[in-house]
Ligand binder design. Structure first.
Ligand SMILES: Cc1cc2nc3c(=O)[nH]c(=O)nc-3n(C[C@H](O)[C@H](O)[C@H](O)COP(=O)(O)O)c2cc1C
Length: 176
């Protein structure tokens, strides 16, 4: 696990090679093994591999998602907001676990934020995707994870650059 966490970086360039059926099955298994509050499984996943759909999804927001059109897969991470008051957490856990699994499989991935992001001045990125993929209003879209064979490599962050100052012991500050 530490090896995967040390190596993982956001990969936004892909070779165009498809992801194998076996790898895709393992990615799906990772999603479905992710823990949820009260085991409510509020999440819903849409695995997208159609080039035309990936291109449309890459335009869900004006910035930070264009590379999705080059990816082999886009996994739309959504949730039924009526099933849990903490669906945001449920979806975030699934998203990071599928990214870690992609790394383990030698694939590159990147998180594309959708929740709370605009498509344009009138339409949210979420409703753009709800329209495109036929999602009802109560199925909320948290993010899309782009996945593909990496066409860029990035160095692991050295331990010396980790933000250890963010970690405190016992108290945040002197107790008054
Ligand atoms: C909640 C969240 C939202 C993110 N949204 C985007 C995004 O919309 N587009 C993008 O290219 N990267 C996005 N990222 C990736 C971050 O930019 C990236 O993880 C961060 O810069 C650290 O780089 P690293 O993943 O290579 O360690 C997001 C990451 C997180 C955790």
């Amino acid at each position: 696990m530490m090896e995967i966490l040390r190596k993982r970086r956001s990969i936004r360039k892909y070779t165009g090679q498809p992801v194998s059926r076996q790898a895709r099955d393992l990615l799906v298994e990772a999603l479905l093994r992710s823990p949820t509050s009260r085991n409510g499984k509020s999440w819903e996943f849409i695995v997208v591999d159609e080039a035309k759909l990936l291109e449309s999804l890459s335009r869900a927001k004006p910035n930070g998602g264009a590379f999705l059109k080059e990816a082999a897969l886009g996994i739309v991470i959504a949730a039924d907001s009526t099933k849990s008051d903490v669906w945001v957490e449920d979806t975030a856990i699934a998203a990071v676990l599928v990214q870690a699994t992609a790394e383990w499989l030698g694939l590159g991935s990147c998180w594309i934020q959708i929740r709370n992001r605009p498509h344009d001045a009138q339409v949210t990125a979420e409703s753009f995707i709800q329209q495109l993929l036929g999602l009802p209003e109560h199925i909320k879209v948290a993010s899309i994870i782009s996945i593909g064979h990496p066409a860029e490599s990035k160095p692991a962050l050295p331990a010396s650059e980790l933000a250890y100052h963010k970690v405190r012991h016992n108290h945040y500050s002197t107790v008054l």
